[in-house]
Design a protein around this ligand. Structure first.
Ligand SMILES: [Zn+2]
Length: 377
């Protein structure tokens, strides 16, 4: 007998050639022209949750039994509570978008007790594959609600039509397992881990396997090939379920990498393309951890994730200040113990990071291209 779990045979959770996906994630279908099939099986009438700039493209395919369309403009819980109460009666909910639309679709499915069908239009986040919705409440991100979609439909042609920078940025949410692992072990060794999440070598090994799968496909992800889409989305599928399956534990998934994004958001009052800012946070974390920072920088560059602050619409002044405020912010916001608590970010650390990023990506041109935004996020 041979198989992925046969002793001596490496487990290949993200094997791009596998026909059947491994356990540990929502039912996921890869294919083409999948949106046009939805009217043949989604319960009628359906509500579509999407973004204003995506809807005109898909409206004709989903208009026949349409109960209504909700165009996402906010992730604020109080506003979404009111919107949920005011929704037209529907028999099912279709989430169509990169992250925000899928999160709001989850929330509505939970509030109204309706079956959910998720159609990610880009690879920016693992929102399609996670149980809870990432929403905003009283100035903080909250993970609220519970929805298991009937299936997640990954249409490779739809994904490929999203801006390449957005698709590539999705590796940020997988490569961050590299710094998360170090943070969890550090907290464990220093007696600072949470009682409910004791360090678990098995979980760490699973996360490491996901990093390995994505690192092995960085060129395919850069080029957004069918293989690249399959590998990255399969890693997202694992990551989305892993938080729940480990008992709402994210210690093997993220750490200082995400803490940096939240610090940057807090300081600038702006929102960012998730994986791009997390990518910069992962590089910062690897530098502070002395944890293969050059390797991490090489991964991000090879995947085509531009972690220069200017590519995120901020300058080095803002990015560097956020690095130096990180230690304060993680205590202010009461995040789990990470390298941010253990090692201060000095002027020299910031200067070194700036030098290495500039040497790798080049200096930002005076008239740089605008960072991609819009409904795909
Ligand atoms: Zn994330």
């Amino acid at each position: 007998m041979t198989g992925p779990d046969t002793p001596g045979h490496p487990r290949t959770r993200a094997n791009p050639d596998a026909t059947v996906l491994p356990p540990g994630g929502f039912t996921t279908v890869f294919g083409r022209e999948l949106i046009g099939e939805l009217p043949n099986f989604v319960h009628r009438p359906w509500l579509v949750v999407t973004m204003a700039d995506l809807w005109p493209r898909f409206e004709a395919q989903l208009s026949e039994h349409l109960a209504g369309v909700h165009l996402v403009t906010t992730l604020e819980l109080a506003e979404l509570e009111m919107a949920a109460d005011a929704l037209s009666p529907c028999a099912a909910i279709i989430g169509l978008g990169g992250g925000q639309a899928l999160d709001v679709a989850k929330f509505f499915a939970w509030r109204r007790g309706r079956p959910l069908f998720q159609v990610p239009t880009s690879m920016t986040t693992n929102a399609a594959f996670a149980h809870r919705a990432a929403l905003r409440h009283e100035g903080r991100e909250v993970g609220l609600a519970w929805a298991i979609p009937e299936a997640v439909y990954v249409d490779v042609d739809v994904i490929r039509s999203a801006p390449p920078g957005l698709n590539r940025s999705g590796v940020g949410d997988v490569l961050c397992h590299h710094t998360a692992e170090f943070d969890w072990k550090l907290a464990h060794d220093l007696g600072r881990e949470e009682r409910r999440w004791p360090y678990d070598e098995g979980l760490v090994a699973e996360a490491r396997e996901q990093v390995g799968a994505v690192v092995g496909a960085l060129d395919d992800i850069h080029d957004i090939t069918d293989t690249g889409i399959r590998v990255l989305m399969t890693a997202h599928r694992w990551g989305g379920a892993a938080f729940h399956d480990a008992g709402w534990n994210a210690r093997h998934l993220d750490g200082v990498d995400h803490a940096y994004l939240y610090t940057l958001e807090n300081q600038t009052g702006r929102s960012f393309i998730h994986g791009q800012a997390v990518g910069l946070g992962t590089y910062l974390g690897a530098v502070l951890q002395d944890n293969q920072p050059e390797v991490v920088l090489g991964w991000l560059h090879r995947a085509g994730v531009d972690i220069r602050p200017e590519a995120m619409g901020v300058d080095w002044e803002a990015a560097g200040t956020a690095m130096q405020r990180l230690a304060w912010y993680v205590r202010h916001a009461d995040y789990p113990y990470t390298i941010a608590d253990a090692r201060p970010v000095t002027d020299d650390v910031v200067a070194g990071i700036r030098d290495r990023i500039t040497a790798t990506y080049g200096a930002w041109p005076a008239e740089g291209p605008a960072a991609p935004r819009g409904g795909f996020v």
